[in-house]
Design a protein around this ligand. Structure first.
Ligand code: PAF
Length: 286
């Protein structure tokens, strides 16, 4: 059967109730659409592990800041559905903001219940320059979990901070599901796949390539025995193209998310940088 697009929460719930009655395992792949091979890898993993797969496609207004790219974020629903169909997903859940958040509500915490992840996890890395972003992410993801009630939910490791925050939410709020994290998918030349790569001009894309090169340089230096994160930081900066504006390069324990000054096995190296107006993120685990 081909993948259907469902816009309505109750219709998704009806399907889910039938699946549960039959004892089927449900996988959820939350996305904002403009699906690429990174998303495809999540859907494939979900198909491997689950009997039924729901892909949500929702550009979530409450996770974008006022000067961010909510309006211009690529929306390619029919193409997304075709990819989901090819990969054997059952439902594309594509609600409108009104369906998700109601008719008469201001999309802020004056009118809407939000999930607030712990301050220590949001007041760093991407959360520093995107205040409120992770509240918006955690809120929409909890809503999606409540609507789809999946056994497993699949997220990419590229958004390492998001992944860590959501795993914590599952633990802290006793949610009855398991989060599965999937490796970053890259272009042949190393650029991490992102729906925002479509914003890049050819020159910006060339410059953006040095983001993954900077991470590779850190990995190389680490393998050569350098563990001081200040030296590793400088090694990365020396590789970045002059047109790339780094926002942060940080070294964190992948298990605890604590900052480290000495890199070791399982250190997460995360970077955010701008190529022109486009903000990109990437990371590696040493
Ligand atoms: O990673 C994303 O695409 C989004 O942050 C998510 C998890 C779908 C929530 O809107």
């Amino acid at each position: 059967m081909s993948t259907v697009i469902i816009n309505n929460i109750n219709d998704v719930r009806k399907n889910v109730i039938d699946w549960k009655k039959s004892g089927l395992k449900i996988g959820l792949v939350p996305t904002m659409g403009a699906l690429h091979n990174g998303h495809a890898s999540l859907i494939k993993k979900a198909k491997e592990m689950c009997d039924k797969v729901v892909v949500s496609v929702f550009v979530n207004p409450i996770q974008f800041g006022p000067n961010e790219d909510y309006d211009k974020y690529p929306r390619t629903l029919e193409k997304d559905r075709e990819l989901c169909d090819k990969l054997g997903a059952d439902i594309v859940f594509a609600p409108t903001p009104k369906e998700m958040y109601g008719e008469n509500k201001k999309l802020s915490n004056t009118d809407l219940t939000f999930v607030c992840p712990p301050y220590n996890l949001v007041d760093c890395l991407c959360g520093k320059s995107r205040p409120g972003h992770f509240d918006g992410v955690a809120t929409v993801v909890l809503k999606l979990f409540n609507i789809v009630t999946p056994d497993y939910a699949f997220f990419g490791q590229k958004d390492a901070q998001q992944l860590f925050i959501l795993k914590n939410m599952v633990k802290d709020l006793n949610l009855n599901l398991t989060i599965i994290s999937c490796p970053i998918v890259r272009e042949d030349d190393g650029l991490a796949l992102s729906s925002r790569n479509t914003y890049l001009s050819p020159d910006e894309r060339k410059s953006a390539l040095t983001i993954s090169k900077a991470l590779k340089q850190i990995e190389l230096s680490y393998k050569q025995g350098i563990t001081d994160t200040n030296i590793l930081f400088d090694a990365a900066i020396s590789v970045l193209d002059k047109n790339i504006e780094p926002e942060y390069i940080e070294f964190r324990n992948f298990e605890t998310f604590e900052k480290v000054t000495e890199a070791k096995q399982n250190t997460l190296v995360a970077i955010a940088a701008r190529a022109g107006k486009t903000r990109l993120i990437d990371n590696i685990i040493l």
